[in-house]
Design a binder for this molecule. Sequence first.
Ligand SMILES: C[S@@+](CC[C@H](N)C(=O)[O-])C[C@H]1O[C@@H](n2cnc3c(N)ncnc32)[C@H](O)[C@@H]1O
Length: 227
Amino acid sequence: MLRSAGATIVKKQKGGVMGVRGFWETQVVPRLIKCACASPGIMELRAGVVPRAQGRVFEIGCGGGLNQQFYDSARVTAFAGIDPSGKLLDYAREAAVQKGWKADIRQGVGEDIPFTDESFDTVVCTYTLCSVQDPDKVLSELRRILRRGGQLLFLEHGLSPEANVERWQRRIEPLWKPMMGGCHLARAVTKPMIAAGFQIEHPGHQYMPKMPKWAAWMEWGTAIKAG
Ligand SMILES: C[S@@+](CC[C@H](N)C(=O)[O-])C[C@H]1O[C@@H](n2cnc3c(N)ncnc32)[C@H](O)[C@@H]1O
């Protein structure tokens, strides 16, 4: 272990050194996320949402590749996805290769999506709006790239409807967020979608069993690009 300018250096990389924080964010967080997001209960919820994707499909925050197995190749004519995390993108690309289909998976952020207006029939967004920097900008970008009448299939964790749980979410969030790749615990799920011009259909919600309530509130459904 090296020490430099007060920072603990744990690993020497090709072009320089990586501090503890960098190591945590680029190596540990992706593995934690992949593991936490693959619990049997969460995979079951994915199985209820993702197979409804059809036509030209875009997945925001596709890193980890956990949704790949749920896409119905017979219904999807083209697949594209973006994610900012190099490590999670590696997992996503591996999953796409295993699925055996052509996937346009790129590094990028939802606040600035590198696709033209109205170029997708379906957007898939699972456990990603909790982590983006600017959810309103992301929703406006998702609306932009969807064709009129196109569907945003979502599955997110977020703000509990119970005031006492919300209080715990707001207490824990400042500790949780820096450890978990910027994940917010207390973001409303559907309210900003409606504000962005989507109509919510087939909404569902539940607390995930065997999880602390402050992390367990799940919401899913279809948000249609109205007008
Ligand atoms: C909790 S993980 C969920 C991963 C995947 N969507 C899933 O369902 O398993 C959050 C994901 O959001 C990605 N992310 C963070 N900020 C983002 C942004 N600004 N735009 C797009 N994706 C982002 C992270 O890299 C990570 O892959």
